[in-house]
Structures are given as structure tokens and as C-alpha cells.
Design a protein. Structure first.
Length: 547
């Protein structure tokens, strides 16, 4: 009986010692024990390489798990007795925390003294620790070292690097498309010979500037943009004398019959006498010896637009990223360039080498909605002289002028699209278009006069030939542009391209002239004509920023 009791006691002690050694190794739940050399909390030296044979040392205190009842002589697989050498057992089952007390039979291993060190990479990268450290209720797609799992990131417009402000400054080089020609004079001896074409005084290539300033909204899902541009065309002039043309003189192509002007005769008490303009300058009198045509223009544009995103994708605004369009008004800086250190690559939408073309990657498209004000001024003055062929505006008895000044004020709403396509790391193609319906208030000032005052129709009951009229009707305006952008810094890029803008149902100075009508028909001349078109086209070059 005594022998069987001692044998049972020895067997139980052997099983307990084996369980204690396994508990020191695993720590329970499949994670390293703080007493194990592979534990991140172990501070007594470098952990052994996997597969190293270890010598188990006894300990006066350990965590253990109690095996189920087994037959006498059963040995748990993978257990190691004190002092034996063997491979580490695999973890199996939860560990209990009840302490075991007993006399030590060798050196004791206890918890290292001093503060515990932070968890190592093995512990940090475990699924459990990553789940516990992640923000609850939302995926963490910030600038972490590893890539976000596909599908765990927010939409591209909710990226972590949304700037507050964006804009640009540009130089403009524009021109106006040619109008239909209009001739102002014909040879006095050969009516088939026409002179002074309106194209001879057409607007030349001119310069201007454009500025844009915008504010991102809703974490770059939208943006509000202010746009202003203006052109500064130089006035144009063309002049021709009868002598240079090789004819005795000119007649005008416009009908000035029944139009009177005041002419000075120097008589005391009667400084002026009245005569028909046609008698002095056309068929009845001295043919015109010189004709001059002066023209000038002005263009001004103001816009306030709401832009859709993604204005800034998930990528950081770091150096080396690819640039998208701005723009006009569009995406700010795209996401298909090289990523800065530590930037995310969230499901292929962050900074990375240019991926295959697809929405959200190389190609980004957004819409535009806004209000626009466009002002177009067109001025023309026709001058004739019938004395010595010199126009100096100081000889009222030998000169007369016909001037037309037209102003179009267009106010309306516009819709548009903008697109950016990443060509390579820092080079992008951008394009956009807009179209709107506008109310156009067209005002016209027109007058025939000389240095002694305006012309009139009836000397007894004079109706001065001065018109100042206006009318409002529907007009249409559209714009198309395409260009390239090249990123030169973390927040800057250079941009340039081609732009064309067209407006229809606008008034021009040429369209107000009484071609085919007599200037003396006061009511007919006072009607505002708005059946003309305006086309501006040219290039733009500038710099854009997002901050």
C-alpha cells in the first residue's frame, strides 16, 4: 500500500512538473509567456532562433493547466520533464492561473526586475493586437507603414491630406475670330471698287490675365471657386486716302441722305449754315479724300463655381506625387505618382506608380455648377474728310464722324465637366467644358456728328441723330479647354493649354450700322440688333497651388 502511494505521488509530481514547464513557455491562449525567451517582455537577452533545443529549468512558481484524467502511465505528448531536453510543445487549451508552491530543485526564473518593455513586433502585428488598437467604428486609413486592406478605406474625397485653399494665376494670349467683312467706301468713279474693310482693323492677338482662388468643402468632396479674367486688346486703326487708292475720291457705302450737319461760314451772327451731309461728302459735293476706321474692345469675366470632388484623392500632398487638374477649375493634385515615405496605398487609390487607367486612379472626372458674368464691349468710329486728305479731328467743316459703342452684359448659370488624366508620375492631361444660358442686356450708343454738334434730320423740327438704347434677351455662352500640368513641388504645378470661348446672340458694333438702311430712319436705327456671335481663342500659361 505504501509503495503504491509513493508511486502515485511521484507520478503526480512528474505530471505537474511537465505542465508547469509548458505553461511557462506558452503563457496560455496561444501567446508567449513573459517567462519565455521568445516573449516580447523577456529582457534577459535575445530570443533563441526557432527550433532551438532548450533545457527546461525548474521554477518555484508557474502558471499551469490541469490535464484531464488519464490512465496510469500516460504521458502528455510534447511535455518535458525538469532537466530534460526536448522541443517546445504546441499550445493546447487555456492556462489556469492558480499558483503552485513547492521546494525549488534548481535556479528559479522570476519576472525580470524594472519596468516592463513595450510589446515587440510579434505582439503588435498579431490579429488580436491590431484589432484592439484600431479605432472602433471606423477603419484607420491614415499614414501607416502598411497598406490598408482593400475596401477598408473611405471614399477618395475623404483623404487625409485635404488642403484648405487652391488656386492659380495665368497669363492669357487670346485672339478674336474674324467677323464677316464690311466695306465702308467705294471709288467715286467705279462703284465696284470697295475700300476700307472692317477686317483691316480687326482685333490682333492680345494679352490678359486670369486668377482663381478656391476653398475646399466637405473634406475635399466639394470646392467653391472664384474666377476672374480680363483681356487688354489694343485699339486698331486703318486709313486710306484717295490719292493712295488712285481715284479722285470716295463715296460712303452707308446711306446718309436727309442727314443735316452744321457748317461754319464765318458770317457775323450766323456762325453756321445747314447743309446735307450728302451734299458735302458724297454725290452732290466734293468726294471724300480720306477715310479712317477706329476700333476697340474690352472683355471681362467673373465666375463663382461649385466644384465636385474628388478634389484631392487619398494620397498625401507629398513631394513626388502626380498632379491632377485644378481648375478650372477640377481635381487638385492626383494620386498616381510615387508615394512619400510612410504614405498609405489604400486599395490602389493612394500614392503609387501610375496604375491601369480607371476612375479613381488615372482618370478623375467631376462636375461644375456656378454663376457667371461676362462683359463684352465693342466700339467703332468711322471718319471721313473731304479737303486735303488729312484727318486731324480739328476741321469740323471738312470732317464728320459716325460712332457706335455697344456693351453686352451677360449674367446666367452654367454647368460643366472637368477631367484629369495622369500620363506619368508628374505629368497630367486636363480638360474641361462649360455651357450656360444667360440674360444679355445689350446697350447701344450711336451718333453721327462733326465738330459743330450732332447731325439731325429736319432743320425746322430737328431730330438729333443720337441713339442711346438697350434691350435684354437670351444669350448662350460656352467654353472648352485642354492642357497639360506638370508638378514641380509639394504644393505647386505648372499648367498650360488651349482655350476657346464662344457666345451667341450678342450685339456688335458692325451689326448696328445702317447697311441697307438710311441713317435718317430714326426708329429703325434705334433697334438693338443681337444676332451676332463672338469667338475668343488662345493659350494660357500659369502656376497652380493647393495649400
Amino acid at each position: 500500500m505504501k509503495t503504491r502511494f509513493l508511486f502515485s505521488l511521484a507520478l503526480a509530481f512528474r505530471l505537474i512538473a511537465g505542465s508547469s514547464g509548458w505553461a511557462q513557455t506558452t503563457g496560455g491562449y496561444g501567446y508567449p509567456s513573459p517567462y519565455s525567451p521568445t516573449s516580447p517582455f523577456y529582457a534577459q537577452g535575445a530570443a533563441p532562433a526557432p527550433g532551438t533545443q532548450l533545457t527546461r529549468l525548474p521554477s518555484p512558481q508557474a502558471y499551469f493547466s490541469t490535464p484531464a484524467a488519464q490512465p496510469v502511465g500516460y504521458t502528455a505528448p510534447g511535455t518535458v520533464a525538469m532537466g530534460e531536453v526536448g522541443p517546445l510543445p504546441p499550445p493546447s487549451g487555456p492556462a489556469l492561473t492558480a499558483p503552485f508552491s513547492g521546494a525549488p530543485t534548481g535556479p528559479a526564473i522570476g519576472i525580470p526586475a524594472g519596468p516592463m518593455v513595450a510589446p515587440g513586433p510579434q505582439m503588435q502585428n498579431s490579429p488580436y493586437m491590431r484589432a484592439m488598437n484600431a479605432p472602433w467604428g471606423a477603419a484607420d486609413c491614415g499614414p501607416v507603414a502598411e497598406a490598408c486592406p482593400p475596401g477598408s478605406c473611405p471614399p477618395p474625397c475623404a483623404g487625409p491630406a485635404c488642403p484648405k485653399w487652391f488656386g492659380g494665376a495665368y497669363g492669357l494670349i487670346m485672339n478674336r475670330a474674324c467677323e464677316d467683312p464690311n466695306y465702308f467706301a467705294l471709288a467715286s468713279t467705279d462703284p465696284s471698287q470697295l475700300f476700307i474693310n472692317s477686317k483691316d482693323a480687326n482685333m490682333k492677338t492680345t494679352g490678359g490675365f486670369e486668377v482663381r482662388l478656391g476653398r475646399t468643402l466637405c473634406n475635399c468632396c466639394y470646392g467653391l471657386e472664384f474666377v476672374y479674367w480680363e483681356l487688354f486688346p489694343q485699339g486698331q486703326c486703318t486709313c486710306l486716302t484717295a490719292y493712295d487708292a488712285g481715284y479722285p475720291g470716295f463715296f460712303t457705302t452707308m446711306d446718309y441722305r436727309d442727314v443735316y450737319l452744321n457748317f461754319a461760314n464765318g458770317a457775323p451772327g450766323n456762325p453756321y449754315y445747314t447743309d446735307l451731309l450728302d451734299n458735302q461728302f458724297n454725290t452732290q459735293g466734293q468726294p471724300i479724300q480720306a477715310i479712317q476706321l477706329d476700333r476697340s474692345w474690352n472683355f471681362r469675366n467673373i465666375e463663382l463655381n461649385l466644384l465636385s470632388g474628388p478634389l484631392v484623392p487619398l494620397s498625401q500632398m507629398g513631394c513626388g506625387g502626380c498632379s491632377g487638374g485644378l481648375g478650372r477649375r477640377s481635381t487638385l493634385f492626383g494620386d498616381c505618382g510615387a508615394a512619400p515615405a510612410g504614405a498609405p496605398n489604400c486599395g490602389g487609390t493612394g500614392c503609387s506608380p501610375c496604375p491601369p487607367c480607371g476612375l479613381g486612379n488615372r482618370c478623375m472626372i467631376g462636375w461644375l455648377f456656378g454663376v457667371r458674368y461676362f462683359r463684352f464691349e465693342d466700339y467703332l468710329q468711322f471718319t471721313a474728310e473731304n479737303n486735303d486728305g488729312i484727318i486731324d479731328y480739328n476741321s469740323p467743316d471738312f470732317e464728320f464722324n459716325h460712332q457706335v459703342d455697344v456693351t453686352n452684359d451677360l449674367v446666367g448659370v452654367q454647368l460643366g465637366l472637368h477631367m484629369d488624366y495622369c500620363i506619368c508620375k508628374c505629368l497630367s492631361l486636363n480638360a474641361g467644358s462649360s455651357f450656360g444660358i444667360y440674360g444679355n442686356n445689350t446697350s447701344v450708343y450711336q451718333e453721327v456728328h462733326n465738330g459743330n454738334g450732332p447731325a439731325y434730320t429736319d432743320p425746322l423740327n430737328p431730330q438729333f441723330l443720337t441713339w442711346n438704347t438697350s434691350d435684354t434677351d437670351v444669350a448662350y455662352l460656352g467654353e472648352l479647354r485642354a492642357g497639360l500640368g506638370y508638378k514641380v513641388g509639394c504644393h505647386w504645378r505648372l499648367s498650360g493649354g488651349y482655350r476657346v470661348m464662344a457666345a451667341s446672340c450678342v450685339g456688335t458694333a458692325l451689326n448696328q450700322l445702317p447697311v441697307g438702311r438710311t441713317i435718317a430712319d430714326y426708329d429703325a436705327i434705334g433697334i438693338v440688333n443681337r444676332n451676332d456671335d463672338l469667338v475668343l481663342h488662345g493659350t494660357y500659361v500659369g502656376a497652380e497651388f493647393a495649400w
